[in-house]
Design a protein. Structure first.
Length: 112
């Protein structure tokens, strides 16, 4: 029997049962859940990076977003509150729309 030992979406055990197999699951405590979500974020991010077409990349981004939403909830904030934090940070520091790539910072002040 394959061992997975990883966090899965809520309906995965039911989908496994439909195939005639018997999933063995347990509910994680809060600390275990937080650690599992962090591992899941790395897993999903890695899958996004490895995606070789736009369709798969979008699906992996959706998985990343689902994990981010769960992490936000674990931090005690709603996805709306997280979006507010993101929007404020974008307002203060900008986003990534302009594709700015910082090469270096010289020690000398710019003279005008």
């Amino acid at each position: 029997m394959p061992k997975y030992n990883k966090l899965v979406r809520d309906h995965i055990p039911d989908l496994i049962k439909i195939t005639g197999k018997n999933p063995v699951v347990r509910t994680l405590g809060e600390e275990e859940y937080a650690a599992a979500l962090r591992r899941k974020l790395r897993e999903e991010t890695s899958e996004y990076i490895k995606a070789d077409n736009n369709r798969d990349a979008v699906k992996e981004l959706a998985d990343v977003l689902e994990v981010v939403h769960a992490l936000a909830s674990l931090q005690g904030i709603t996805t709306e509150e997280l979006e507010d934090v993101r929007a404020n940070k974008e307002k203060e520091r900008g986003g990534f729309h302009d594709r700015v790539y910082l090469v270096e910072v010289n020690n000398e002040a710019q003279v005008k």
